[in-house]
Design a protein around this ligand. Structure first.
Ligand code: KIV
Ligand code: ZN
Length: 523
């Protein structure tokens, strides 16, 4: 990876700052567990992300732990922790970063009139004093300090110049210009960066970053315009995950600069062949499905349906394709093997796909693969990915699990589910009805594990084509402001649904107080 210093010598190198686990996770419902964050962090580090914003340590003990564990894990990337403009926040962020090879404190304060008056109740002078105090303090702890004027794009120009100059003078090494409410347009975004470079001479020794939200669908265009005007760090998230309409999508800015090098002669350190894997992981973990026509990572992004397109593609792929699917890690979903495939072939396949399982996990995966191959004629790469992800999900949270599910449904009468679960080592059984098979399944789970959590999302996605495709199900629950998302995959949609629900309940148990009594199973 290129460090901030290396990149300063390479004027066309754009640093990629991923905030999927901070700004992305702020999207209601996108809460991730520690294990999930560690999985994402490892992949981002491997794919060449320069800076990973791992969380907001003062926000909760969970956020603190996540930043601290990610800091221990990262080999190449800088670990960044967010802090408001307060010494307490900054100290907490610094504690969480103690084990980072390359730590960065990111501190911010609202600078626009709306933020000053309504959020902070502070005058311009008071905000300037806070910047002086907090950036100086952060720099006394850490050499690598990023400062952001929140709502910069709605801040008076002269005042923005004053605040940026203050942060630079107090030692900030990166100045980030956020379009917090997704209000700016590309020409303005570029103009702002140019103006700051002209009016704040000290900026030449800092990295200037752009942080765009997508409320008007311009986050990618705004970030690229800022780069053309001299920004050299883009803040972004995988799949554009983030509050409201989301943040700049990592895959879009990275691929835009790669494909349109002719007009945007910039480069990043990203291994673009890992993009699909990251997209899939973040979508699974967050429960936020990627829209089919999403640029770069949508299911249809490389699909050519119309006759004219297909004809052209067969003659020369470049007639309708500006980038190759392989460039983003999209390979044909290969037919892997069937029920006669042996252990060695399966192990080989997993290795080719980048899965490195220990002995026990491999044995379990092989048993699951055999069961899948028995129920489904053709097993594809995507099936194997879903199978391994499902195994990893259930390995993490297993206080409760489904033992078996039986179902009677159809045109006659209400659907009836017969469910057996193991809860804290004991077997429980319940039969109940519902308005359709999914409702009956969920009612049976609720009867065995009484709770007050509300269902916020139930989503089914077919892993491959065909009516025998595995179903990947996400279930999001909310209880007292705590939001969790459970996942499961199975060739039987109802089994996957019930298991996803149980997975979400397991995660909810973890989120409840550590001293929670054993789960009460109704008899
Ligand atoms: O959008 C925003 O202003 C932010 C800041 C914390 C950088 O996310
Ligand atoms: Zn933001």
């Amino acid at each position: 990876m290129t460090s901030q210093t290396d990149s300063a010598q390479d004027k066309d190198r754009v640093l990629i700052f991923d905030t999927t686990m901070r700004d992305g996770e702020q999207s209601p419902g996108a809460t991730m567990t520690l294990e999930e964050k560690l999985q994402i962090a490892a992949l981002l580090d491997e794919m060449g992300v320069d800076i990973i914003e791992a969380g907001f340590p003062i926000a909760s003990d969970g956020d603190f732990e996540a930043v601290s564990e990610i800091a221990k894990l990262l080999q190449n990337a800088v670990t960044c922790g967010l802090a408001r403009a307060s010494k307490g926040d900054i100290e907490r962020a610094w504690q969480a970063l103690q084990h980072a090879k390359k730590p960065r404190i990111h501190t911010f304060i609202g600078t626009s009139p709306l933020h000053r008056e309504h959020q902070l109740s502070m005058t311009k002078e008071q905000v300037l004093d806070k910047i002086r105090e907090t950036v100086t303090f952060a720099r006394s702890l850490c050499d690598n300090v990023q400062w952001s004027p929140m709502d910069a794009t709605r801040t008076e120009e002269d005042y923005l110049v004053e605040t940026v100059a203050m942060a630079v003078e107090c030692g900030a090494t990166t100045i980030n210009i956020p379009d917090t409410v997704g209000y700016t347009a590309p020409r303005e975004s570029a103009g702002l960066i140019t103006m700051l470079h002209q009016r704040v001479p000290g900026l030449k020794d800092c990295v200037v970053a752009t942080h765009c939200h997508n409320d008007l669908g311009m986050a990618t265009a705004n970030a690229l315009a800022a780069v053309e005007a001299g920004a050299r760090q883009i803040e972004c998230t995988i799949n554009g995950l983030g509050e409201r309409a989301g943040n700049t999508a990592l895959e879009e800015v990275v691929m835009a600069m790669k494909v349109r090098k002719d007009i945007m002669p910039f480069h990043t350190g990203i291994d673009t062949t890992q993009i699909m894997k990251a997209s899939r992981l973040v979508s699974t973990v967050s429960g936020f499905a990627v829209q089919y026509n999403k640029a770069i990572v949508g299911k249809n992004a490389f699909a050519h349906e119309s006759g004219i397109h297909q004809d052209g593609m067969l003659k020369n792929a470049e007639t309708f394709e500006i980038m190759r699917p392989e460039d983003v890690g999209l390979t044909e979903s290969n037919l892997v093997m069937g029920k006669h495939s042996g252990r060695a072939a399966f192990k080989d396949k997993l290795a080719q796909m980048g899965f490195d399982l220990g002995d026990n996990a491999f044995q379990e995966a092989f048993v699951r693969f055999k069961a899948l191959a028995d129920s489904k004629k053709e097993v594809y790469d995507d099936d194997i990915i879903a199978l391994i992800e499902d195994q990893q999900t259930s390995a993490n949270h297993n206080r409760m699990q489904m033992v078996s599910l039986g179902m009677v449904c159809g045109t006659e009468g209400p659907a009836t589910a017969t469910l057996t679960m193991e809860i804290d080592g004991k077997t429980h059984h319940h039969e109940t009805t519902g308005n359709g098979p999914v409702d009956a399944t969920f009612n049976a789970v609720k009867a065995l594990v009484p709770h007050t959590a509300r269902l916020k999302l139930y989503q089914v996605h077919a892993v491959t084509d065909g009516t025998d495709a595995q179903a990947e199900v996400s279930v999001r629950l909310e209880e007292d402001g705590k939001i969790v998302t459970g996942h499961a995959a199975n060739a039987d949609t109802l089994v996957a649904s019930g298991r996803a629900y149980i997975n979400a309940l397991n995660k909810l148990m973890v989120r409840r107080e550590k001293s929670a009594p054993p789960v009460q199973a109704a008899e």
